[in-house]
Design a protein around this ligand. Sequence first.
Ligand code: GLN
Length: 473
Amino acid sequence: MISLKEKHLQAIDTQDYLKKELEQIEQRIAHDTTGSCWHTQEVFAYAREKADELDALSVKEKEALPLYGLSVGLKDLFCVKGLTTTAGSRVLEHFKSPYDSTVYNVLKNKGVMLAAKLAMDEFAMGSFSDTSAFGRVSLPGFPDRSAGGSSGGSAAALASGLVDFTMGSDTGGSVRQPASFSSVVGFKPTYGAFSRSGMIAYASSLDQAGVFTHTLDDLVYLLESDIASADSRDMTSEGMLLKDEIKTESLRIGFFPQMLEDEAIDAEVRQAYARTLKKLSDSSILKEVDVPLMKEAASIYYILACSEAASNLARYQGVYFGEKLIDHGYDGSFWQQAASYRSEYFGLEVQKRIMLGSFILSSENFTAMYQKATQLRKMLKQQFKSLFEKVDMLVLPVTPMQAPQWDTISQMSSAQIYMSDYMTVPFSLAGLPALSMPWEKSANGLGIGMQCVAPWKHDFSLIKSLQRIESRF
Ligand code: GLN
């Protein structure tokens, strides 16, 4: 497959490159069966204009735009001026953003062509791309299985070759888990690398934009094009990241021995983990590690994420944002109307989390639940801090399961679904950079990714170390 860099260079030398490219993308999306693309006609009309503008630039101007010639798909929670952005919710079904998210703005200024808005779970709450109001996303090649979530559209669209790279968001694993199912690279950088401005919020202290590519080289190309930048509109954004010294020899890799035995993890995933460690042991120093609080991470995560969601989603009461209350003929006081509206326009998973969050934040529970979870989060961070004095990287599976069938999902309880995030949420709580690498395929051809985690802001070091490891295999 041609790399992003080569594609960019080829595009510079080709007349009307994007125009032709877009025709092919439109064909591919028209034949897509995963359900990963939304608002297609609107996005194509927008893309045609952009393609014309960009193709009309001089060669010199194109050379100055590192993403010229490349197409991107954005999860449908990145606002794009003038385009519908729904976050998978009926509340925002007709919302057209008045401004661009910073993530898109930066990509646009580097010459990218937006060619797809991608399916997701409603407000990014979910693990299987099945909670949105607008249809679910299936795993490419496996219509009976989920593409994972909540950025299932971003993973499936890339894996199906619809666009050149995609952006998603990862609050508790939503880039890494679908990347693992679809056998693509899914990268969640250190919290704060990308601006959250113009990204529809779920849980602000955890939400982080992430990147899906086919290869590590493509990911490096994008990051070296400075697609992550500090932004005054988001005070937690610091941009990219230490370009630190890469350790070439004696990389110390931490692994979790109990995961090799844990029967809650699919047997093929455990076997793949064992083989991975064996391979890594040839060139790195493996160290057994244990992070006691990781067992509590899913509980801590859901307490905090639901609390933040209840607060963030309070704005959708039909006055300032979303479908207008006034247009829908509800009776009663404002509060009664807002309650009916929210019951009607939010999906069940979102309503459940708003209620959980409101319960946790109520005065009776605040200290015992919210504050306790906040303290435990701090302790977890501390445990990682000590750990990263002893190791340079952690390697573990991304998720305990392979992409599940829709039938299996429908039998799972909410608690089972929530707990299945226990391998990704610890690093979200700590804000650490974490990447899902396509690693193996199971006997029936399903992707099994491995998750690699580095200390805060050592994103480049993580990716470059992985490139080196990969080149040795
Ligand atoms: N499955 C997790 C949740 O539902 C993660 C979602 C995400 O990262 N957006 O909260």
